[in-house]
Design a protein around this ligand. Structure first.
Ligand code: DAS
Length: 352
């Protein structure tokens, strides 16, 4: 029997196929590295492996079911473990996301990313990309070579979320372990479990068998409602973080300032408290124009209250509200691209 083409069936079939293809969302996957692109020596190596090894085309080929959800194409933006992300990587990635979001042939964007700084990148995209189209950041806790690897289903769920019109307008999203979390709220809270990512205020929804189910929506400013626009940002000011703990001293803060930090994030004990022996240095650095921002090493369901145990008004300090130190660093750096007024920076921390 001749081929279908010879018998004239193919055009009808291809018309159906074309209609089906045209109906699917156009999703671009930007690959940056991480465990989701990792490889271990054996299937038993779920935590011992090398991150950032598998290229994006192999990543996509390893989950052929993605084609049932959307028309997917991939770009290899970087191939790094995310602990090595720098501000330069952040800006370059966000500019690429922003450019793609403007394209009429792009309906949603997925960023595959290492889990170590995934929460920082997700928040940065939430704050700087002016689009209502879904931006979904995804990683994995186990390499694809491991038994019960989580990357394939995480990627499938991420594409399902990016392809769903219901995901629009919710800011950047993080899809891991069947959950959809806000890129603003979520943090890596466990270092070697698949249920690693938690939001102190709860997840937004779930993805089950390729469908999204929503239960909450973000209330803080993001994407199209943000005063920060990556298309107008080419570099970020240096902002550093120092931990509070028993027997702490002020050496790190002074060293960061000497190295050019424009703001210092204090990852304080309790309610962002500052040890008596550290206060004088922070007040001196504030007097020199460096912003002092109190976050807390205690994270997960509370927030640093202004003027509670520290006289923030008197010292002219800022509180990071509920943001953990690493997210406070992202927001502080962006705030400093627009203002060095501590009252305006405090407004920004309350709104984003
Ligand atoms: N090193 C980690 C990273 O790239 C691996 C991972 O968990 O993705 O963030």
């Amino acid at each position: 029997m001749g081929s279908a083409i010879a018998l004239g069936f193919a055009p009808a079939q291809s018309a159906l196929a074309q209609a089906a293809t045209a109906a699917k969302a156009q999703v671009v996957i930007l690959a940056t590295g991480g465990t989701i692109a990792g490889a271990g020596a054996s299937a038993a190596n779920s935590a011992t492996y090398q991150a950032a090894k598998v290229p994006v085309d192999k990543l996509l080929a390893s989950v052929p079911e993605l084609g049932n959800l959307a028309n997917v194409r991939g770009e290899q933006v970087f191939q790094i473990a995310s602990e090595s992300f720098t501000n330069e990587y952040l800006v370059k990635l966000a500019k690429r996301v922003s450019a793609l979001a403007k394209q009429s042939d792009v309906d949603g964007i997925v960023v595959t990313h290492g889990t170590d700084t995934l929460e920082e990148t997700a928040y940065f995209l939430n704050l700087t990309v002016h689009t209502n189209k879904p931006i979904v950041v995804v990683g994995s806790m186990r390499p694809g070579t491991a038994l019960s690897a989580d990357g394939a289903l995480n990627l499938y769920n991420a594409v399902a979320t990016a392809a769903s019109p219901s995901s629009a307008g919710k800011g950047s999203l993080v899809v891991m372990n069947d959950e959809i979390n806000s890129g603003r709220d979520v943090a890596k809270s466990v270092n070697i479990r698949t249920e690693a990512f938690k939001s102190p205020w709860g997840d937004l929804g779930m993805v089950v068998e390729g469908k999204t189910y929503w239960f909450r929506a973000p209330v803080k400013r993001h994407t199209t409602n943000s005063e920060f626009d990556i298309d107008k940002i080419d570099a970020l000011p240096q902002v550093d973080i120092a931990y509070g703990y028993g027997n702490a001293n002020d050496i790190a803060y002074k060293a960061f300032a000497a190295n050019g930090a424009k703001a210092l994030i204090h990852a304080g004990t309790g309610n962002g408290s500052v040890a008596n022996q550290v206060v004088p240095a922070l007040r001196e650095l504030r007097a020199k124009g460096i912003q002092i921002i109190r976050s807390a090493r205690v994270v997960g369901g509370g927030f640093v209250l202004r003027n509670a145990e520290q006289p923030d008004d008197q010292y002219d300090w800022v509180v990071a509200h509920d943001l953990n130190p690493q997210k406070a660093r992202i927001l502080a750096a962006l705030a400093l691209t627009r203002t060095n007024d501590s009252k305006d920076i405090q407004r920004i921390f309350m709104e984003y």
